[in-house]
Design a protein around this ligand. Structure first.
Ligand code: HEM
Length: 527
């Protein structure tokens, strides 16, 4: 037998030579070092042990949610205005100011519940997370395609996700568990009407909307704040799948949406979305029948028009899945000057959760990885050490000073661009209470009424098929909720399940809910 190491390279073979991570050339990548051709193997087999032990560690924990996704790159181009008004009136964030100004970005589309290799035709919200590499550092806008969410308080997030994830015993996603939880969660009705309609299975990542979902703030040069909501509208149009369409697609390909996005960009058919923003003055808005900080609600567009501020174009694909998709890390805390948090109770929980999970999932130095580093801004910190520190962040002139304050060198604090304190003053007592204006049914009903007939039919069929697998008490409670959402929806789902208004009339409101006077009236005349 020929010894591979002694083979001369083929003439004209210009390919780079394989090495190990120590820079040693690899002469034989086919055979371990053994005593004689038949073994035994030896323990000083450095090259083999390094190769196999690195392989043993190839996987990092997948994201606890949104494990499957597709990343692309592109740019955001500002219009310099909010509709017809100068945008500086509302925000001083630099990326929005000048018409034509471009900011590089990365986007990750995802499904939520399935694992890293799961189907992209699943009925599931789609993640829509964007990292803008601005000159003031990174801004992440981490949203979804359905505009609202299941819950309004971050403390319920592990529960809603557990109900949607596989059963801890059978490891199957079980509709009985999902609707058990949802039947006790009236604020989820708006999201459920979206998710179980065809919008719950977007045709692919290019043909879906994106929304910031949570309420944020904009801050102008005078320190005046406004509440805002973000909307991304695809120039490609919106396309959705029915359960039957999705079954055919996923029978052939679990990754059709990643493929579609990758191939469109490769052929130069660059997808675009326009960014529109709704703005409200920064106060409680007692005149509204919902709370502007409630992420189970949308803001009516006739009162709060969604006005264009710029567009996003995606024009490049990743070169490597692991370094640019598995390791990219988004978070709602990642804001730049001119943008701020609101007091939305989901937003604060999210803001802790993202960087916490990323320190575990990727490692404490995840922000030193190329895909996560700011590109347009400097990084100068006194943070040091930790697993996988790759380099020392920029330090002051005296490298001995890794603390602040110091009079012998080191880094100094920045001066506030304009105002340091912003927004209304808040006084309150520490408490645990739900928000007063929950209004869980009205917008869910309006959403149902806006669906086209085929979408209503699909929604009802999906509810009947899935809720039918739950316990009778869960079915009854879901019909009760749907009758409060919209008579027709409640009657149709009830008919499919063999449950009429008389079967649910005896149910009391849940302890976790506050009914509006309109809800009370509907309850009195149920069905
Ligand atoms: C991913 C937590 C609500 C959109 C994640 C991850 C966590 C998380 C831990 C994994 C991040 C990673 O491993 O890098 C939470 C919590 C929430 C919440 C605690 C509520 C309190 C939401 C909502 C939305 C959303 C309301 C939509 C507006 C996303 C997206 C990703 C994600 C798009 C994927 C980011 C990526 O592509 O890497 N979330 N989430 N989440 N979440 Fe949430």
């Amino acid at each position: 037998m020929t010894d591979v190491a002694s083979k001369p390279s083929a003439p004209g073979d210009e390919r780079p030579v394989l090495t190990n991570r120590q820079g040693h050339p690899v002469y034989d990548n086919q055979n371990q070092r053994t005593v004689g051709a038949r073994g035994p193997a030896t323990l000083e087999n450095y090259q083999f042990l390094e190769k196999i032990s690195h392989f043993d560690r190839e996987r990092i924990p997948e994201r606890v949610v949104h494990a499957r996704g597709a990343v692309a790159y592109g740019y955001f181009e500002a219009y310099g205005k909010l509709g017809d008004e100068p945008i500086a009136q509302y925000t001083r964030a630099k990326l929005f100011q000048e018409a034509g100004k471009r900011t590089d970005l990365a986007i990750r589309f995802s499904t939520v519940i399935g694992g890293r290799d799961s189907s992209e035709a699943a009925r599931d919200p789609r993640g829509f997370a964007i990292k803008f590499y601005t000159e003031d550092g990174n801004w992440d806008l981490v949203g979804n395609n359905l505009a609202v969410f299941f819950i309004r308080d971050a403390i319920k997030f592990p529960d809603v996700i557990h109900s949607l994830k596989p059963d801890p015993v059978t490891f199957r996603q079980e509709p009985a568990r999902i609707f058990d939880f949802m039947s006790q969660t009236p604020e989820a009705m708006h999201m459920l009407v979206n998710l179980f309609s065809p919008r719950g299975i977007p045709a692919d990542y290019r043909h879906q909307q994106g929304f910031g979902v949570n309420t944020y703030k904009w801050v102008n040069a005078e320190g005046v704040t406004h509440l805002v909501k973000y909307h991304w509208m695809p120039k490609q149009g919106v396309k959705s799948l029915t359960e039957a369409d999705a079954a055919v697609i996923q029978g052939q390909d679990l990754g059709h949406a990643s493929k579609d996005l990758y191939e469109a960009i490769e052929r130069g058919d660059y997808p675009e979305w326009e960014l529109l923003v709704q703005v409200m003055s920064d106060d409680e808005h007692p005149e509204l029948d919902f709370d502007p900080l409630d992420d189970t609600k949308v803001w009516p567009e006739n009162e709060f028009p969604a006005r264009p501020v710029g567009k996003m174009v995606l024009n490049a694909n990743v070169k490597n899945f692991f370094t640019e998709n598995e390791q990219i890390a988004f978070g709602t805390g990642v804001l730049v000057d001119g943008l701020d948090f609101s007091d939305d109770k989901m937003l604060v929980g999210r803001t802790f959760s993202y960087s916490d999970t990323q320190r575990y999932r990727v490692g404490p130095n995840y922000l030193q990885l190329p895909v996560n580093q700011p590109k347009g801004a400097r990084v100068a910190t006194n943070q040091q050490g930790g697993q996988m520190q790759y380099f020392v962040d920029q330090v002051g002139e005296n490298p001995h000073v890794n603390y602040e304050p110091s009079i012998t060198g080191g880094l100094r604090e920045a001066t506030y661009p304009t105002h340091d304190e912003q927004g209304p003053e808040i006084v309150g007592r520490l408490t645990r209470k739900r928000i007063p204006r929950t209004n869980d049914y009205k917008q869910a009903g309006q959403r149902y009424q806006l669906l086209e007939q085929w979408e209503k039919d699909d929604l009802v069929a999906n509810f009947v098929a899935l809720i039918g697998q739950a316990a009778r008490a869960v079915q009854e409670r879901m019909v009760w909720h749907f009758l409060l959402v919209d008579d027709e929806l409640g009657l149709r789902v009830g008919e499919g399940l063999g449950i009429g208004p008389d079967d649910v009339r005896h149910l009391e409101p849940l302890a976790s809910q506050t009914l509006t006077p309109e809800d009370e009236e509907r309850l009195a005349n149920l069905g």
